[in-house]
Design a protein around this ligand. Structure first.
Ligand code: UDP
Ligand code: MN
Length: 305
């Protein structure tokens, strides 16, 4: 078969935050596990290309450029690597997310450098308009399925959905929404699955950038006044960045989110089990069915299979 012309090629875009990696042995090990397992299980037909985007500082970029050829050595598919400079993205992002930062960051101030933790929230305004879909992935992941299958989940989005995301698997938002839950004892906010609303985890996200650009509602929710009034309504003060924002707006507007199965972001952190929530922990933690991606969040070791 002749080489595919650009119009025929299918591009699959995946983005990872990749900063201070050169300074952290731990992050380097996570990066190795993630890339090797992605290469091992990834499979794409001829004419398709996986584009890996890394948001990095100079030191991390140099390390990534050096390590990637070996980590992806066993890949049977075509891939491209694109590095994005964290400072230029932060410069574009800060004016959009500055006002929401205080609601979803540790401490009280809106630090300029923290804006990058909200990249997913405004990715549709930062990336070029011809980029229509992208998945954002943490580094502390281990792939057990073909990453191409994750992209197929875009086709399950309901009409109004703009983001695909899995639920949070610890009772962290039961804790965060404590006051709201006290005032609204019948509410499902912070309750466990399958009937409750446990909030979201941002380790694996499908961003339909085209839908995000086109959604009047989603863009209204980015306005400082709207964020502030929702934060007041829910008595919300978080410190987990984008996942706090999505969790909060998801309580009010669940139709914006397409639920990803728990197997696509099987979080392993058990911190809240030992911090006052041992009795109800399992209701949140359990996830049946095949694990496609393990997420070793809060530095939790990932099983060897
Ligand atoms: N990250 C990074 N540099 C850092 C810390 C984090 O690039 O110094 C990125 C990395 O992609 C990581 C993601 O930010 O996976 C989220 O952090 P982490 O996975 O440690 O958070 P957790 O899932 O434990 O809440
Ligand atoms: Mn993580």
């Amino acid at each position: 078969k002749a080489e595919a012309s650009p119009e025929e090629v299918g591009y699959y875009h995946a983005l990872m935050m990749f900063t201070k990696v050169d300074k952290s042995k731990g992050l380097q090990e996570k990066f190795q596990v993630a890339m090797r397992s992605m290469a091992k299980h990834g499979s794409f037909p001829e004419g398709e290309v996986l584009v890996l985007h890394f948001v990095s500082d100079e030191g991390s970029r140099e390390l990534g450029q050096k390590m990637l050829p070996e980590l992806l050595m066993d890949a049977t598919f075509l891939y491209q690597v694109v590095f994005h400079d964290v400072s230029s993205l932060t410069e574009k992002l800060f004016p959009i997310v500055e006002a929401m930062q205080k609601h979803f960051s540790a401490g009280s101030g809106a630090y300029y450098s923290d804006a990058i933790f909200f990249l997913s929230v405004a990715m549709h305004r930062i990336m070029p308009p011809d980029l229509k879909r992208i998945v954002q992935l943490d580094l502390d992941l281990k792939y057990r399925s073909n990453i191409r299958d994750l992209f197929q989940e875009f086709s399950r989005f309901p009409t109004e959905a703009v983001i695909g995301i899995a639920r949070e698997m610890q009772p962290v938002y039961r804790h965060t929404f404590w006051q709201y839950r006290k005032e609204n004892p019948k509410s499902k906010v912070g309750e466990p699955p399958p009937d409750g609303k446990p909030g979201f985890n941002s380790g694996v996200m499908l961003l339909d950038l085209e839908a995000m650009r086109g959604s009047v509602l989603y863009n209204q929710l980015l306005e400082p006044g709207r964020v502030a009034s929702l934060a007041e309504q829910y008595h919300f003060q978080g410190h987990l960045g984008d996942q706090d924002f999505f969790t909060m707006i998801g309580m009010e507007h669940p139709e914006l989110f397409s639920p990803l199965g728990c197997g696509w972001n099987r979080q392993l952190c058990t911190w809240w089990r030992e911090h006052g929530y041992g009795d109800i922990f399992q209701l949140y933690y359990r996830c049946e069915g095949p694990v496609h991606i393990y997420h070793g969040n809060c530095n939790t070791p990932i099983p060897d299979d």
